[in-house]
Design a protein around this ligand. Structure first.
Ligand SMILES: *[C@@H]1O[C@H](CO)[C@@H](O)[C@H](O)[C@H]1NC(C)=O
Ligand SMILES: *[C@@H]1O[C@H](CO)[C@@H](O)[C@H](O)[C@H]1NC(C)=O
Ligand SMILES: *[C@@H]1O[C@H](CO)[C@@H](O)[C@H](O)[C@H]1NC(C)=O
Ligand SMILES: *[C@@H]1O[C@H](CO)[C@@H](O)[C@H](O)[C@H]1NC(C)=O
Ligand SMILES: *[C@@H]1O[C@H](CO)[C@@H](O)[C@H](O)[C@H]1NC(C)=O
Ligand SMILES: *[C@@H]1O[C@H](CO)[C@@H](O)[C@H](O)[C@H]1NC(C)=O
Ligand SMILES: *[C@@H]1O[C@H](CO)[C@@H](O)[C@H](O)[C@H]1NC(C)=O
Length: 488
């Protein structure tokens, strides 16, 4: 018998039970990965540590729509004819106008497109990158509502995501929930914005048109900023009628640094993005790291994530400068299995960092990539939780104050009382939505110049939920439909 949704059964008053099995959801729904004995040896992992890593990897892979970039042909550009190789950054290589949403868990009445486009790495080499566009059902209109209104173009928010991983599989455009789900992209699309979201080079498309490997230059903010601006160019060229020319930039964490750095690039006199710089209405950077090597919650993770592809930036860099031989091997293991941040944190320990990593030349060289202390194209809204354990509020304060002292501009630093790394996004939602709306309406800032402000909770702080206790779970097959009571 054809499957009927339980709510339809209720609504129709059918009392005949079909006998269709409703299966228990399992933790390895769509992946059965297992580390090989050689991989266990490479990471010097016990059987128990290996089992933990298998669980994490199987969970991560289950989140991949269509099996992720290694199975989804969209990300493959190996057959691109030579005469179609891009010649400049910001060109469209492949456009998937309609992305079938059935393997994604985006909200009902949102739609997706995906594209592959050209961008450059930090040294100017032309490489491919992927991006998604999340479409609203009805575009936000800044004029009064008229009967049967169909707005001509949707206002654009260029969204730069935080750390989702370090390899092809980690692209938000391949994640069922776009990795940030309702924290940002769903919220924006449901508020009527078109969300243009770069994956960052190396995430999504792992191999270039010429067969070369595309590294992910993690936390090289100018590279990510270029990926974002080139995604904007390519998306607008693909949908000139549907996307507004004006845009607001918004980013969080890794993407917060990218967004801040993007504003610095647009603030340079002779920057390479003058075609789109004048349509920039402002930038929001949430929890942007500006001094990553001061991180005190497990620096070995960042040494591994930054270090694994740093040779593509500094050819004389050797990962052994930062990590012990075992730390290097664990990073090689992560390279083999495309381990994400949780996978890495499950196997790296403080002992995997070289004791004197901080004294190496490459640390100082890398610090020049961090945002802050440069002129920006404002306005810039920094949002920072006072209880963020990863990006400390005093570090962001220092970066903001130094920038404001040397290069005064419209920069607001908004503190979130009790806000942690992600919960600050929830807490400040009204503020950032309003700020974006005000920029599109062309309204003046509430306060111009360099200002600090604080958002306090409405009810006593201790009443509030601090972290989410659940996770987005794909229940798109009929045997799990009992998990979707609001899906009729
Ligand atoms: C993953 O899901 C597909 C259906 O979407 C199914 O055909 C396949 O068997 C699943 N793989 C695993 C390992 O569960
Ligand atoms: C590998 O792990 C074992 C403990 O399981 C430890 O005794 C040994 O020293 C480790 N090897 C290296 C190279 O760190
Ligand atoms: C959904 O994903 C599975 C593999 O996980 C694939 O076989 C199927 O074609 C995908 N469906 C669509 C509509 O892309
Ligand atoms: C790449 O660019 C960085 C930053 O501009 C520079 O320090 C580095 O030397 C360059 N590397 C190469 C291989 O040109
Ligand atoms: C709006 O749509 C309705 C239903 O299609 C139609 O009857 C009506 O004439 C339309 N109004 C205008 C102003 O176009
Ligand atoms: C990196 O350093 C290690 C340890 O000193 C050395 O064995 C290795 O050959 C070096 N690699 C390169 C490419 O220089
Ligand atoms: C910020 O605060 C932490 C913890 O109190 C402290 O260790 C660190 O030195 C401070 N950093 C700055 C830049 O003030």
């Amino acid at each position: 018998m054809k499957y009927l949704h339980p709510l339809i059964i209720l609504a129709l008053g059918l009392n005949q039970v079909t006998g269709q099995g409703f299966e228990v959801q399992s933790t390895n729904w769509n992946s059965s990965f297992e580390l090989s004995p050689a991989q266990l040896k490479l990471g010097n992992l016990t059987a128990a540590a290996g089992a933990t890593l298998n669980t994490i990897i199987n969970f991560d892979r289950t989140q991949l729509a269509n099996g992720g970039p290694h199975q989804d042909d969209f990300y493959n550009i190996q057959d691109l004819p030579k005469d179609q190789y891009p010649t400049a950054p910001g060109q469209v290589i492949k456009l998937q106008k309609f992305t079938d949403p059935s393997n994604f868990s985006i909200p009902a009445k949102t739609a997706m497109s995906r594209l592959i486009y050209s961008t450059t790495n930090i040294n100017g080499t032309l490489i491919p990158a992927s991006a998604y566009i999340l479409w609203p059902f009805h575009a936000k209109n800044f004029k009064a509502r008229s009967a049967n209104a169909t707005s001509s173009s949707a206002p654009v928010v260029l969204w730069t995501h935080g750390t989702s991983g370090f390899y092809a599989d980690a692209a938000p455009s391949t994640h069922r929930g776009l990795f940030y789900d309702d924290l940002v992209p769903f919220t924006l699309a449901e508020a009527g914005y078109a969300v243009i979201a770069p994956d960052y080079a190396g995430l999504g498309v792992g191999t270039s048109w010429d067969g070369s490997v595309v590294p992910h230059q993690y936390l090289v903010s100018a590279a990510a900023a270029g990926d974002a601006l080139n995604a904007l160019r390519a998306a607008q060229a693909s949908f000139p009628k549907q996307l507004s020319k004006n845009y607001v930039v918004m980013g969080h964490s890794q993407g917060g640094s990218a967004a801040w750095r993007l504003s610095e690039i647009l603030g340079e006199k002779n920057n390479k993005f003058s075609d789109i710089a004048r349509y920039h209405l402002g930038t929001i950077a949430l929890a942007p790291p500006t001094n990553i090597f001061a991180f005190d919650g497990g620096i070995q993770y960042f040494l591994s994530w930054i270090g694994k592809d740093l040779k593509s930036v500094f050819p004389s860099f050797n990962l052994s400068d930062w990590l012990t031989p075992l730390g290097v091997r664990k990073t090689e293991l992560m390279n083999e299995v495309e381990g994400g941040q949780i996978a890495t944190t499950s196997i790296l320990t403080a002992e995997d960092a070289q004791p004197d990593w901080m004294e190496t030349w490459s640390v100082r060289a890398f610090q020049r990539f961090e945002p802050g202390n440069r002129p920006v194209k404002g306005p810039l809204l920094l949002i920072q939780g006072l209880a963020d354990p990863y990006v400390r509020y005093n570090t962001t304060t220092t970066a903001m104050e130094e920038t404001c002292k040397a290069y005064p501009n419209d920069i607001e630093l908004l503190y979130i009382a009790g806000g942690t790394h992600f919960s600050s996004i929830n807490a400040a939602r009204q503020t950032w939505l309003q700020w974006i709306e005000d920029r599109f309406k062309g309204l003046p800032l509430i306060q111009s110049g360099c200002v600090k402000s604080e958002l306090e909770s409405f009810m006593p702080e201790e009443y509030y939920q601090t972290i989410p206790n659940s996770f987005p779970l794909w229940a798109g097959q009929s045997q799990w439909a009992y998990e979707l009571p609001t899906a009729a």
